[in-house]
Design a binder for this molecule. Structure first.
Ligand code: URA
Length: 435
């Protein structure tokens, strides 16, 4: 087989056999196919796509490129949860402890955030003392011992995806549904999950900007899960506005703690209950969505989910007891309340702009090497549909350096808010579910 022939055939819109895909990935990872040929093939895939059999072969080749963890013999099903990334998305910090308290185990490896979307590991590491491990043996041991482990993505798992992703990142070939689906699912398969629940975001702050694109990505990942025998369910959720009110690492941890304590924003809780009940049913530990939801709500009422999160924080080196005390999280030295410039109903709040402003304050990375500031970010004082009076708090900025109301970040942030004189019905949070 020759790479140049496979590139030409994909350029012409032909299909590869699974053997050809396996050969290409194997030869690339062994050094027999150079970056420039792989980049050309990736670009051909961006234009011509991959069918289900090709996507499956690619996924399995990537999943098999390194270590594969196994939770065989686990007394309870092991669930993995993945979000395609959004603004203010602290779902994992709430949902994973709820699931662990509700009778399944959660094994989640997570990337760090890049760009305007935050990463779960950055949020966890905003807690003083916490260091998320990337050691797969410690990860497996933690799942078995505590039924809950969140670790940074190990380079030992699906290393082929790491190499391919780095190449895609610099050759404008990230944006391809089969390439994204195989990248995400190869890591899930290598992590050893037995059930996968996916939160596929749609909206301005998401990778997939509209429901049609989100549906295509969700469908590809659910089909892949089914093809490899892993129960997989995808919830398409709106990322038209930030999830919850807090955007920024420590601010989001606080909001997750509030949600686990029964005082969080309704949308964060609703999304966690929707994803969680799907996961419990897919795992076979609840007979239907309604009892599954009830079980998850009980974990909040009884404090069991909060206990799980505190246990996780302690196991990662953090001061779990201190976390619940005032000052348990880093705080920014400058806090600026931005008043509403007018009276009206909030028609929409652009999640992308909120994420960009928060990143500009230091909450996110602009390059892989950037250091993030755990304390900074913003907190929305109102959400879509709310009636806001001129001069009342619209949003609060938490900054490392002094900021004025007429500064550039505030001006940019105000462009995120769209107003209406008439009452507004917000877009539903849960848009679709694919099983
Ligand atoms: N996240 C991944 O893990 N892979 C992609 O290709 C895109 C987003």
């Amino acid at each position: 087989m020759r790479a140049v022939d496979l590139i030409a055939r994909k350029r012409g819109g032909e299909r590869h056999s699974p053997d050809e895909v396996r050969w290409l990935i194997g030869a690339y990872l062994d050094g027999g196919v150079p970056d420039y040929q792989m980049a050309a093939w990736l670009m051909a895939v961006c234009w011509r796509g991959l069918d289900a059999a090709e996507t499956r072969a690619l996924t399995l080749a990537l999943a098999g490129s390194g270590r594969r963890l196994s939770f065989a013999g686990s007394p309870v099903p092991v669930v993995d949860k993945h979000s395609t990334g959004g603004v203010g998305d602290k779902t994992t910090l709430v949902l994973a402890p709820m699931l662990a308290a509700a009778g399944v185990a959660v094994a989640k490896m997570s990337g760090r955030g890049l760009g305007h979307t935050g990463g779960t590991i950055d949020k966890l590491e905003a807690i003083p003392g916490v260091q998320a491990t990337a050691d797969p043996d410690a990860f497996v041991a933690a799942v078995r011992a505590h039924r809950l482990a969140i670790a940074s993505q190990s380079a030992e798992l699906a290393p082929g995806d790491g190499r391919l992703y780095a190449l895609r990142d610099v050759t404008a070939t990230v944006e391809s549904i089969p390439l994204i689906a195989s990248s995400v699912m190869s890591k899930k398969i290598a992590t050893g999950a037995q059930v996968i629940v996916l939160d596929v975001k749609a909206g301005s702050g998401a990778f997939t900007k509209d429901v049609a694109a989100a549906r295509e990505l969700a469908g590809a990942m659910v089909a892949l899960g089914r093809d490899v025998g892993l129960p997989t369910v995808a919830v398409i959720s709106s990322m038209a506005e930030p999830l919850g009110r807090a955007v920024g690492n420590a601010l989001e941890v606080q909001e997750a703690l509030d949600t686990l304590s029964g005082r969080g924003p309704a949308d964060v809780l609703d999304l966690c209950l929707a994803l969680g009940s799907e996961a419990l049913v897919a795992a076979g530990v609840a007979p239907a969505l309604q009892p599954a939801r009830q079980r998850l709500e009980d974990t909040l009422r009884q404090g069991a989910a909060l206990e799980q999160l505190l246990g996780l924080v302690g196991s990662l080196g953090g001061d779990a007891a201190g976390l619940l005390r005032p000052g348990g999280l880093p705080t920014a030295p400058f806090i600026l309340g931005v008043p509403a410039p007018r009276t009206g109903y909030l028609a929409s709040i652009d999640a992308l702009v909120c994420g960009q402003v928060s990143t500009g304050l230091g909450a996110g990375r602009t390059t892989k090497e950037s250091l993030i500031d755990p304390a900074v970010g913003l907190v929305l004082g109102a959400k879509t549909g709310d009636l806001v009076e001129q001069g009342t708090p619209l949003v609060t900025l938490h900054a490392r350096h002094p900021l004025a109301v007429d500064s550039e970040p505030v001006g940019t942030l105000l462009t995120a808010f769209h107003w209406s004189d008439q009452p507004v019905t917000p877009v539903p949070l849960i848009l679709e579910t694919l099983r």
